[in-house]
Write a protein that binds this ligand. Structure first.
Ligand code: ZN
Length: 570
């Protein structure tokens, strides 16, 4: 069995006793800083000194946190890593309580104007949201929420279906969903949904309790529903659920009809009698689309791509290559998916992925490099809060780089690069309505926390008719009964996060369009946006990059460009 590669960053907290000690030490240090602030908060110098030690301590704590989580995901079958992660999950609420005590004192300090003049208002806005969201009185529910989330992760990563006499997990089924052979894809979808059908009751039970626990925490914090608490957790400072609802309406009005037409037309072009769920993923894929280089070459080709795009990206690529800040090979025991994490004390990003040699690996690589570039550019920000922005803005950095690297895709795909680019656009077109449906569903679920499993499935089916009217599940019983949402892990693990991808994609597509006419200034604007990190809220970051807000007319340009792409291709 392949082993976990050595970590290029020196991590001092790895096993369970070290995690317990680090958790107690962080909580203790934050409590001490809070006490110091009780004496020093009134004068500018005292507040500045307390903030400096708070910020430095948080960088170390967040570094420990990132290390323990990363090590667990690198090998979820290693008992000591699992145990360390468990100790961490149990200790996080205690540290959050101690951190909140410091944040409240910084917020209420008479000397706040002097610190705010140096940091800007965004850090204070984030701390205010944290103070509203968290309280020691909900610590037990926070731990319970994490347990339920872990139970979902463990269920979906270990559940199997029998295929050709051998058990297969969801991640083993995944490559077959993209097969060029239609019957293989159909069988893979049957396998995937038979797993969810077999565990339907347990999944309903887990989600039902998650909704109850989240709703209870929201009410304990004085909110009318979990929607408000969920928005504060995500630091949504400058827009509301009402703005997001307007964005979803624009998706229904402008994107859904175009997506329906493109799906029908591509189906006809492919000679399909119907476009079933198992056809959607490969609808724009040319059967010959495959990377022209081995997956072992992906990372170096990605670094070369950065080098060809812009001098700042080139310098960052050298940094990543020299330190080998990647773990991208798929192997047994490694968690599914891809992400970029940041080690604040080291000023260093790290990219985690599971490459199998699929075309989508290339998109994932550029995506995670975009996150990593932003983290690298923001590593010396004045507050650790600014190391990365809220997810809505963070996903702009990643998705925009996917599109800005288009001219370099011959490096990966040779003569098939155009097929890759066309597939990339279709992916965006079909993703926007799906993300809006996932988001709308969560708003309904948390507005009606006592809904039964059958009522939730009916809510989802109702939304499918609005957002995904082309959807054809054929003989897939579980999705036909309204159960598709159970396969979306964000619904269980990261409430309200999912629309951030759609908001960011709307912005990334604008970068794509601008680069078509003026590549140089567009890359400058991209680098400038990444360099701002999280020093401002979403709308302000978007405005400062010269992009139209998704809450206003941000979709207009992208929709027109997508329409042109598929009009030209017919
Ligand atoms: Zn991302």
């Amino acid at each position: 069995m392949p082993t976990v590669p050595p970590m290029p960053i020196d991590l001092t907290v790895t096993d369970a006793p070290e995690v317990a000690a680090a958790t107690a030490s962080a909580a203790g240090d934050f409590e001490r800083i809070a006490r110091e602030l009780d004496h020093a908060a009134g004068d500018d110098a005292g507040l500045a000194a307390a903030f400096a030690s708070f910020d430095d301590r948080r960088r170390r704590w967040l570094t420990d946190l990132a290390g323990v989580r990363l090590r667990y995901l690198q090998d979820t079958t290693d008992g000591s890593r699992v145990e360390a992660k468990g100790v961490l999950d149990a200790g996080v609420p205690q540290v959050a309580t101690a951190e909140k005590a410091v944040k409240q004192r910084l917020l209420a300090s008479p000397a706040r104007p002097s610190l705010e003049a140096r940091l800007g208002p965004q850090a204070f806005a984030c701390w205010g949201a944290d103070a509203e969201a968290h309280d020691a009185s909900i610590a037990a529910d926070l731990v319970r929420e994490k347990e339920l989330e872990n139970a979902y992760t463990s269920l979906v990563s270990t559940a199997t279906v029998e295929r050709d006499g051998a058990p297969q997990t969801l991640s083993e089924i995944a490559p077959r969903l993209q097969s060029h052979d239609r019957e293989t894809r159909h069988a893979a979808e049957r396998d995937r949904w038979s797993i969810f059908a077999a565990h339907r009751e347990r999944l309903d039970e887990l989600f039902g309790e998650l909704v109850t626990v989240r709703d209870r925490m929201a009410r304990a914090r004085g909110f009318g529903s979990f929607v408000e608490l969920g928005y504060r957790r995500l630091h949504r400072i400058d827009y509301t659920a009402h703005d997001v609802a307007r964005f979803r309406e624009a998706v229904v009005r402008d994107v859904v009809p175009l997506a329906s037409r493109v799906v029908a037309r591509l189906g006809r072009e492919r000679g399909l009698d119907r476009v079933a769920l198992w056809d959607e993923g490969t609808l724009a894929t040319h059967p010959s689309l495959a990377p022209a280089i081995a997956r072992e070459r992906f990372v170096s080709a990605g670094i070369e791509t950065l080098g060809a795009l812009d001098p700042s990206l080139a310098e960052f690529g050298d940094f990543m290559r020299e330190r080998d800040l990647f773990d991208v090979a798929a192997r047994p025991g490694k968690a599914f998916g891809a992400f970029c994490t940041m080690f604040p004390s080291h000023g260093s990003p790290f990219v985690f992925a599971n490459f199998t040699g699929a075309p989508s690996d290339v998109r994932t690589l550029m995506h995670e490099l975009g996150h990593a570039f932003q983290g690298y550019r923001s590593r010396s920000k004045v507050a650790v809060d600014y190391l990365s922005p809220t997810y809505d803005a963070a996903e702009i950095h990643s998705m925009a780089l996917e599109y800005l690297s288009w001219p370099q895709m011959e490096r990966f795909f040779g003569a098939s690069a155009d097929a890759y680019r066309r597939e990339h656009v279709l992916h965006a077109l079909l993703f926007l309505p799906y993300a809006a449906a996932v988001d709308h569903f969560q708003h309904l679920v948390y507005a009606h926390p006592s809904a039964t499993p059958a009522e939730r499935n009916a809510m989802w089916q109702d939304l499918e008719r609005t957002y995904l009217p082309w959807r054809d599940y054929g003989d897939l019983a579980h999705p036909l009964a309204g159960g598709l949402w159970q396969g979306k892990r964000h619904i269980f693990l990261a409430p309200f996060y999912y629309i951030d991808y759609a908001l960011a994609l709307t912005c990334a597509l604008q970068f794509w369009q601008r680069a078509e006419t003026d590549r140089g200034t567009t890359l400058d604007a991209y680098v400038a946006l990444c360099s701002r990190g999280g020093e401002a809220p979403f709308r302000e970051l978007v405005r400062s990059a010269g992009l139209a807000s998704p809450f206003e007319d941000g979709l207009d340009g992208p929709v027109a460009a997508i329409r042109r792409t598929f009009a030209a291709a017919s």
